[in-house]
Design a protein around this ligand. Structure first.
Ligand SMILES: Cc1cc2nc3c(=O)[nH]c(=O)nc-3n(C[C@H](O)[C@H](O)[C@H](O)COP(=O)(O)OP(=O)(O)OC[C@H]3O[C@@H](n4cnc5c(N)ncnc54)[C@H](O)[C@@H]3O)c2cc1C
Length: 532
């Protein structure tokens, strides 16, 4: 007899990336000199689950919660609590791998519908129980990592059971979905209607629609499809003060856009239960090509020209020399290319004629800026491995490597200096052995995003402080160069100290005022966005 599959079992292994039972990829032999160059030292595998230190649960009336969601939908066993203790930032993984689950919730609750979410929030507000909304748990900014020291009980509200496509409007080309649907579940359900959302963050396999909306996520094809904030036409959000509904509308002039207040609210105002999204017919053709440019500056000019001429591909990613070099060794973020220069992925999706015409126009502009298509199937190789890079992180951490990513956006006129400044800040904090890789991943008429990957040897005994110092230096450099502290990872708890530098103290106070109204007892995800 085969054991029944537990639909609420953690989707990610508790200490890293990939489903439970993931077999780590092997590092190629060529990686040995890289590890030496980085100064990576000791072999530091994660501790065993039994050895993880879990705080004793605070007093909590679990029966009252069970009365709302049903007896099987409240859990407080070791694996469930540890699996909901943190997201997937480098700092999260450092703590988990070292056996520190001090941020674990006292229990995890799995509501089955929007009414149960509303009832849970009302009960928690009344009893003074803090609530962390949890989608895929892939936050990289401390969004699901509450402070370990706390006075009140805390539950994680896992939306795994809200996993249905509710309706499709084939005329308006919209789909209404429950917030807990993961990327693959959503695309499979939409595929049954011949549709796609086209939202593919690198965390696509595990992240959820609600998480995307709550963090203003961007996907690998967001230049063409739009980031999630451009795709939401309506949503429902349960708050302790009642339900806030942004009706499904193509546009409205009915005051400031409440939809946009909730998009990016990171669980601080309430729980997004349902989202209506703009969808498209599933593309008949997906064409991804590898291109080379003489330099990063040339590639940037090409991308700017493409975007400003309304000729940008749906996927437009430009990697710098360091990222191209690393990619020759282990999957990084681009296509394998021969020779000097930098690499880009240009990709178009749609019907055959449309793709052919758009690709031709993009190619003309790219060539005029020194670009050349790379022979071979580099674009397809990138597409096949587009979710692969995160699986290397656990292996690198096993070998004592600090490996983390960070991202920002700024105007075209500042991007080159910004890239230099952020890289210099990171090297200044981490040492000259540090590798800083960079790519452009999302284009806008006035600017673009920059995404950095950082690799260096861990400083034994000071691993967390080592990264915190470097991250702070990088954020200061971003602010000093007119860039945002985050393009798509959100604020969470990790970026909160810098939010006022970006939006001003009055901006933060405005957000706090919204929270005070929607969450008067301040039970919703305390600390994210720097809000009480
Ligand atoms: C390897 C890796 C690659 C990544 N690549 C990308 C990328 O390409 N693009 C990108 O944008 N991000 C990326 N991320 C970051 C992360 O995946 C995104 O922030 C994602 O949107 C989070 O979705 P989630 O469902 O995992 O949310 P969670 O991590 O569960 O939650 C994130 C935040 O949203 C809140 N939240 C979650 N669900 C709800 C809800 N229904 N209502 C209210 N609040 C909610 C949480 O409380 C938390 O504050 C990556 C992360 C990792 C680890």
């Amino acid at each position: 007899m085969t054991a029944a599959i537990d639909p609420l079992a953690p989707r990610l292994r508790w200490f890293g990336w990939g489903p439970p039972g993931t077999v780590d990829p092997e590092l190629p032999a060529e990686a040995a000199p890289l590890l030496e160059r980085l100064g990576a030292g000791a072999h530091t595998p994660p501790v065993a689950l039994e050895d993880v230190r879990l705080p004793a649960p605070r007093a909590l009336d679990l029966d009252a919660l069970r009365a709302i969601v049903g007896p099987g939908h409240v859990r407080d066993d070791r694996l469930t609590r540890v699996s909901h203790a943190a997201g997937r930032s480098y700092l999260d993984l450092l703590a988990l791998r070292a056996g520190d689950a001090s941020s674990a919730p006292d229990a995890v609750v799995y509501p089955g519908d929007a009414d149960q979410v509303a009832a849970l929030l009302a009960a928690c507000a009344q009893a003074g129980i803090d609530v962390v909304p949890f989608g895929g748990g892939t936050s990289v900014v401390g969004g699901v990592t509450p402070a370990p020291q706390r006075d009140r009980a805390l539950i994680t509200l896992d939306l795994a059971r809200l996993d249905q496509l509710l309706s499709v409007d084939p005329t308006a080309l919209t789909a209404t979905v429950q917030a807990g649907m993961t990327g693959p579940a959503l695309e499979a359900a939409l595929g049954g209607h011949g549709l796609t959302l086209g939202h593919h963050p690198q965390s696509f396999e595990f992240a959820t629609v609600g998480g995307w909306v709550a963090t203003r996520s961007a996907g690998q094809a967001s230049t063409g499809y739009g980031a999630i904030e451009e795709l939401v036409t309506g949503l429902r959000c349960a708050t302790p003060a009642g339900e806030l509904v942004a009706r499904d509308l193509p546009a409205t002039a009915a005051g400031p856009d409440l939809r946009q207040l909730l998009i990016g609210s990171e669980g601080a105002l309430g729980v997004i239960t349902e989202v209506t999204l703009t969808v498209r017919p599933a593309p008949a053709v997906r064409r991804y090509e590898a291109w080379t440019f003489p330099s990063f500056a040339d590639g940037l000019e090409a991308l700017r020209a493409l975007e400003q001429a309304h000729a940008a591909p749906d996927v437009a990613r430009l990697s710098d020399e360091a990222e191209v070099a690393l990619n020759r060794m282990v999957a990084a973020h681009t296509a394998p290319v021969a020779g000097d220069g930098v690499a880009a992925i240009l990709g178009w999706e749609g019907d055959a004629d449309d793709v052919a015409a758009r690709a031709e126009r993009s190619a003309q502009i790219a060539r005029a800026h020194g670009g050349a298509p790379e022979p071979g199937d580099g674009g397809e190789i990138w597409a096949a491995g587009r979710y692969a890079a995160p699986y290397l992180r656990d292996v690198l951490m096993d070998r004592g490597v600090l490996v983390e990513t960070l991202e920002t956006a700024a105007s075209w006129s500042r991007l080159l200096e910004l890239r230099g400044a952020v890289a210099a800040a990171l090297r200044g904090a981490l040492g000259e052995r540090t590798l800083v890789l960079c790519h452009v991943s999302h284009l806008y008429p006035s600017g673009a995003s920059l995404y950095f990957t950082v690799l260096t040897g861990q400083r034994a005994g000071q691993e967390a402080e080592q990264w915190r110092t470097a991250k702070a230096a990088a954020l200061q450099a971003m602010l000093a160069h007119g860039a945002t502290i985050t393009h798509h990872h959100a604020v969470g708890r990790d970026h909160a100290p810098w939010l006022a530098d970006e939006i001003g103290p009055l901006g933060v106070a405005t957000l706090q005022a919204a929270k005070d109204r929607l969450d008067p007892q301040h039970v919703m995800n305390p600390g994210v966005l720097g809000l009480a």
